[in-house]
Write a protein that binds this ligand. Structure first.
Ligand SMILES: C[S@@+](CC[C@H](N)C(=O)[O-])C[C@H]1O[C@@H](n2cnc3c(N)ncnc32)[C@H](O)[C@@H]1O
Length: 270
């Protein structure tokens, strides 16, 4: 069997457990990304790893494989236009919809190291019309390691310089040595959870008013995207809002979501 056939077997395992679709032109990623996993298990070659993965369903090894093959790139207020649209087109509707209960349920699905959910929290804190609202917030990711980092809420100078306006940095972070620590009042309403988007939809909760699911659908093939969007739709209330990445869409799920006028990445749950 040629090396590509072993890569293909590993790609199959990755897809089965995470939905992440690694095509042949990306097989070159395996060698560098799987080096540590192979060392951890005393395996000398990709062929050995592929055989081990297929021979036994070792959840720890599979978790290590998924950790190695996920991409966690994120930054604060990523794609600022999307946050501007949240402020101008989405939040006013939510404030009206929830004027009785004054409670908002927010989910950052595939939150990576937390920059997205902390940006969302800051934007809501800055909105005077939300002052007396209560939040129930979930931030989730398939990777346990990255969820632990998100929960810590500690960022380097380099990380905060990527998108966090200086005025918000001063207002919502504490400077501890070389680290910027998000303040407790921003973090307190957030529950951090390990969650697989291709898994059980019910386990994450229901009736979410807003879902941020950005820059993760790009890793899935068409049928997985549709399955994930169906899952997420089940967790949202009718009339809730979802935001996808700038390179993503809801093709194949037009009966579940309709575009929000005057926005690019926002959709309303039907
Ligand atoms: C590029 S980051 C996006 C982070 C953030 N949403 C943003 O836009 O900046 C993609 C994240 O998706 C997560 N991910 C990949 N497959 C997943 C799955 N099946 N379920 C949940 N999270 C997944 C990865 O672990 C990674 O942290």
């Amino acid at each position: 069997m040629g090396k590509n056939a072993y890569y293909a077997k590993i790609a199959e395992v990755v897809k089965k457990h995470s939905g992440i679709n690694i095509e042949e032109d990306k097989f070159y990623l395996f060698d560098s990304r799987l080096e540590t996993l192979m060392q951890d298990y005393g395996l000398k070659t990709i062929e050995n790893l592929s055989e081990k993965l297929l021979a036994n369903d070792n959840p720890k090894m599979i978790a290590g494989l998924i950790e190695a093959m996920t991409t966690h790139e994120s930054l604060f207020f990523r794609d600022i236009k999307v946050f501007d649209q949240f402020k101008s087109e989405v939040l006013p509707k939510l404030i009206t919809d929830k004027s009785e209960t004054k409670q908002l349920k927010v989910w950052s699905a595939a939150c990576s190291s937390g920059q997205e959910i902390y940006s969302v929290m800051i934007q809501m804190m800055e909105n005077a019309n939300l002052r007396d609202f209560k939040y129930e917030v979930v931030a989730s990711d398939i990777s346990e390691k990255i969820i632990a980092k998100a929960k810590q809420g500690e960022y380097t100078q380099f990380e905060v310089q990527r998108g966090m306006p200086i005025s918000y940095l001063m207002k919502y972070f504490d400077n501890v040595g070389e680290i910027w620590k998000i303040q407790e009042n921003i973090k307190a309403p957030i529950t951090f959870k390990q969650h697989n988007l291709i898994g059980n939809a019910a386990s994450i909760g229901s009736d979410f008013d807003v879902v941020f699911m950005r820059n993760v659908l790009i890793y899935f093939d068409k049928s997985t995207k549709v399955m994930v969007l169906n899952n997420v739709h089940k967790s949202m209330r009718k009339g809730g809002f979802i935001c996808v990445g700038t390179a993503e869409n809801v093709f194949g799920c037009e009966s579940l979501f309709e575009p929000v006028p005057n926005t690019t990445c926002w959709f309303k749950s039907i």
